[in-house]
Design a protein around this ligand. Sequence first.
Ligand code: SAH
Length: 244
Amino acid sequence: MSKGILEAGKDPMGQAIRDYFETGRAARLRVFSPQFEEDEMPVSTLFRTETAMPPLERLALDLCRGRVLDVGAGAGCHSLALQHRGLEVTAIDISPLSVGVMQRRGVTDVRAVDLFDEAFAGCYDTVLMLMNGSGIVGRLERMPQFFRRMKQLLSPDGQILMDSSDLRYVFEDEDGALDIDLNGAYYGELDYRMQYRQVKGDDFPWLYVDFGTLSCHAQANGFRTELLAEGSHYDYLARLTQQR
Ligand code: SAH
């Protein structure tokens, strides 16, 4: 397997996506995190149609232009919507199971690729990262590496469209004061593990980042940030472009 690609036996989400595609239903996709109670991801969400998408995602689709790279494309909902609009899309995901489903659903250019694998090259006008797209960056310390990759993959006036959430509401008390350890890790740095039936994935880091923190890191790495819209629950859509 090339760098970062998931084996089927370690890919609970890919298994769930394949089951849902083949049978129209899936068992529980369980999500564990030391920071939260056990949770569940509704697998049908990954197959949402454009009308079922939250407004921030529909706005992101409207703003896509040129050649689009859909990073962490999952079951391909955004790639398919963009193809319908006549855009040229490349979908990448570290899950070969998900990639297989995307192929069968009609995504024309889809590849099993880890965004951070430098062997993957291309030139895109839009890099799309949705459903807490900042998650794939994993940790704040990985921001320089992320922006280096973006410089390699973006055309000179290309854009990144990314959604995320400010997790401060999780740690806020009734007075709005933040109950966090200022010497600890950034509060949006989480660890997750997933399970689907007997298939258990490895732990992986997942980053939620507030707009201010994202902007600081972007600026330090040669990118401008624009707040395009805010959602109903501390979530937002940002555009990042290279500074000249
Ligand atoms: N964007 C999709 C899926 C979100 S789930 C949607 O909105 O429905 C996140 C996806 O990112 C998963 O399918 C996971 O396999 C993929 N992923 C995680 N890390 C990745 C990486 N480094 N490179 C490419 N894809 C990645």
